[in-house]
Design a protein around this ligand. Structure first.
Ligand SMILES: Cc1cc2nc3c(=O)[nH]c(=O)nc-3n(C[C@H](O)[C@H](O)[C@H](O)COP(=O)(O)OP(=O)(O)OC[C@H]3O[C@@H](n4cnc5c(N)ncnc54)[C@H](O)[C@@H]3O)c2cc1C
Length: 295
């Protein structure tokens, strides 16, 4: 992957530790500058689960207690159920207008996607935490509003005394650019600590409200590239759209990196829902494509 190798530049006097192909926590510069280098991380922390008793009761109510699906996940099965209930297409003849049905879950879901019956795939959700991502990334992510929920680490409350930084490729490939970033981050971190001292943030008995006001003012001199955390939940329709938009080569590198990880997880866990995706590597990152964009 293009985003993993780093230039070693002993002549410039700074070097990076690589551990198993990934950066270590710290990059040391010859001037003694310390810099916390991070890599954006994607955690799948939740997903839709079927209430099997409730589903069995509904299927009995409908007269098809023996209906089964070959779906590989609860999400894919539930979407199939929600789709089939529209036409009562659980078995031929249940609705006299329906004489044949697609029995295979993959075939069924892919047809839903092909005919752009996108509302059906809104029924199930996944919950992610994106950690060690920049505010550059989070600003872009929150533009995706439809079908999503967001909880962002509050820099009004959380002290910025340990600034992490993910350097984009163009930074990593240019030692001088990297050096300026490292020095700037170190300086800004020092200023946060200095302001905390001046404003006596750690003085015992300091009211929480005052700390909040001061911390919020201090974040105004924090860099956009600082590592932070955001929780992001989305339904399947929104996830597909966001993967398509944000792994596109026209998107910014960090969001491409994060959504390539999201896409990899989604395709592994929900193969039938994403069976129409193909992948091409552009600029070192995967671009997930489909003929069925924005279903
Ligand atoms: C490469 C790239 C460059 C970008 N550059 C900029 C930039 O320079 N400046 C900037 O401000 N933004 C920029 N954006 C953000 C972009 O304009 C969108 O805000 C963002 O991608 C969210 O996508 P979306 O509009 O599809 O919204 P989503 O919330 O993901 O919505 C999904 C779909 O639902 C429908 N929808 C959502 N909300 C509404 C609504 N209110 N009314 C009607 N239909 C709706 C639309 O069909 C929409 O496409 C950029 C995005 C990309 C990918």
């Amino acid at each position: 992957m293009r985003h993993l190798p780093f230039i070693l530049s002993p002549s410039k006097g700074f070097f990076y530790f690589l551990v198993s192909g990934k950066l270590s926590k710290r990059v040391l510069l010859e001037q003694g500058v310390k810099m916390k280098i991070v890599e954006p991380k994607v955690f799948l922390v939740g997903e839709t689960k079927i209430n099997e008793d409730g589903l069995a009761a509904y299927l009995s109510h409908l007269g098809v207690p023996d209906w089964v699906s070959n779906a590989q996940s609860d999400s894919e099965k539930l979407i199939e159920v929600m789709g089939r209930l529209c036409y009562r297409s659980f078995q031929p003849g249940l609705n006299k207008n329906v004489t044949k049905i697609r029995e295979d879950n993959r075939e069924y879901l892919q047809n839903i996607i092909k005919v752009k019956h996108g509302s059906v795939i809104e029924h199930t959700v996944v919950n992610f935490v994106f950690a060690d991502v920049s505010r550059v990334f989070t600003h872009e992510l929150v533009r995706h509003k439809a079908g999503t929920a967001v909880s962002q680490e509050s820099l009004r409350f959380v002290r910025l005394d340990d600034l992490g930084f993910w350097p984009p490729t163009v930074v990593r490939e240019n030692p001088e650019f990297m050096e300026i970033c490292c020095k700037t981050f170190e300086e800004l971190e020092k200023l946060q600590l200095e302001l905390a001292r001046i404003m006596e943030l750690d003085k015992s008995g300091k009211p929480f409200h005052e700390k909040k006001v001061i911390t919020s003012a201090m974040r105004r001199i924090a860099p956009d590239g600082l590592a932070t955390t955001i929780g992001w939940s989305a339904n399947m329709r929104a996830i597909r759209h966001t993967i398509e938009m944000r792994t596109d080569p026209g998107a910014e590198e960090e969001i491409r990196l994060v959504f390539s990880k999201v896409a990899e997880i989604m395709i592994r866990k929900y193969p039938n829902l994403f069976a129409d995706y193909t992948v091409e590597v552009v600029a070192g990152l995967p671009w997930y494509k489909t003929e069925n964009r924005k279903v």
